[in-house]
Unconditional design. Structure first.
Length: 367
């Protein structure tokens, strides 16, 4: 069986410290990927770097911060980026294929099915699909977090054997090794806990947007989907193969649970919540530990405007996110029955098809 890898390369690995493409770096990564492909691996590449590649060409002295300026830089930089990849892969007789996605594409099952069929055909033809966010049309800021989240969603969608997130740091440390030389590198992380999140700081370089925090987020999404993750450094010949063979310079995140069903992956990581439901401590226990559905009696407050069948977030008494689910009531109905025991629901609403606010089969825990 062919091993399928998703390789994500960040802006800091592809561009100079002041922006602009580092063509030597792109040639190096293309050679590493070509070597793996020739060994029988299927490779899907998720790249950042469009904004960083384009902002100097369009005349900005530093990386822009306003959305329309970023999008203008990305429009120039994406063409430069793909040209560089195509030239680098052509020297190994490999075709690079561009696939631009936005978060809204992941909300459409039909769009995703079409994307999967396209990618499968490209892989059959020996091409390397190169994914990037379609920065020029993304409306809610450039949301994928230096494409770390995008790489995790692609890995889950295409059922990858492993996600390799390449960065300028050789893994996750107990502290910032640039400030704390005695910091210890984690070789393996079995579970992503609040403690792991606490040691992941903010964005580290001036040309990218994703720090270690966004890589932990990506690792959580991918591992919940059944895909193990490597976060680390690939800078010398053969490093990418070592990373793929569990001997790389970085941190490996294990996947202990079985792969989430596609519907729950969509619910947890690709859907857009349209409202928020705040619940009491009893509902928190029922949802997180009891494997139960959410009933009206546990609802304390409803926010937003939504209809039955929409996705909502559920938060506990401390306003911390518990998870997401598909709601069975319109927001106006739910406000009428907040806190009521089940036997009183019919008196308030008349005939109801389902008593549960969110059925346990249409719920995913995100804490």
């Amino acid at each position: 069986m062919t091993t399928r890898l998703v390789v994500k390369i960040g802006s800091s690995s592809l561009t100079g410290s002041e922006g602009g493409l580092n063509r030597e770096a792109i040639a190096f990564f293309a050679t590493e990927i070509a070597e793996l492909q020739q060994s029988g691996y299927e490779i899907l590449l998720v790249t950042s770097g469009a904004v960083a590649a384009g902002f100097r060409s369009i005349g900005y002295p530093t990386r822009p911060k306003l959305l329309h300026e970023k999008q203008a830089a990305a429009a120039v930089g994406q063409a430069l980026l793909m040209q560089a990849y195509q030239e680098a892969f052509a020297s190994h007789n490999i075709t690079a294929a561009q696939i631009l996605l936005t978060r809204t594409d992941f909300c459409s099952r039909r769009a995703m099915n079409n994307a999967v069929m396209t990618v499968e055909e490209l892989l059959r033809q020996g091409a390397v699909p190169v994914f990037n966010e379609n920065d020029t049309v993304s409306v809610d800021e450039l949301k994928f977090g230096d494409n770390d989240t995008l790489s995790a969603l692609v890995a889950n969608l295409l059922k990858a054997s492993m996600l390799l997130v390449l960065t300028d740091m050789d893994g996750l440390y107990s502290g910032d090794p640039r400030k704390h030389p005695q910091a210890i590198r984690y070789q393996h992380v079995e579970e992503i806990t609040p403690e792991i999140y606490a040691i992941a700081g903010g964005a580290g370089s001036s040309v990218g947007t994703g720090g270690m925090r966004s890589k932990i987020d990506a690792a959580k999404i991918a591992t919940r989907g059944g895909v193990p993750v490597f976060v680390g450094k690939v800078s010398e010949v053969g490093d990418l193969r070592l990373a793929a063979e569990a001997a790389g310079r970085g941190t490996y995140f294990a996947t202990t649970s079985s792969s989430l069903p596609v519907k729950k992956q969509w619910l947890g990581f690709m859907s857009t919540p349209l409202g928020s439901i705040y619940v009491d401590a009893g509902a928190v226990e029922a949802l997180l530990n009891g494997g139960h559905s959410l009933l009206p009696v546990g609802v304390k407050r409803t926010e937003g405007h939504f209809h039955a069948g929409d996705v909502v977030e559920v938060l506990g008494p401390d306003s911390r996110l518990l998870g997401r689910g598909i709601v069975n009531y319109d927001d106006s109905q739910l406000r009428m029955i907040e806190g009521l025991p089940s036997h009183q629901i019919g008196d308030k609403l008349g005939e109801v098809h389902r008593l549960e606010v969110i059925h346990r089969d249409e719920w995913i825990t995100l804490r």
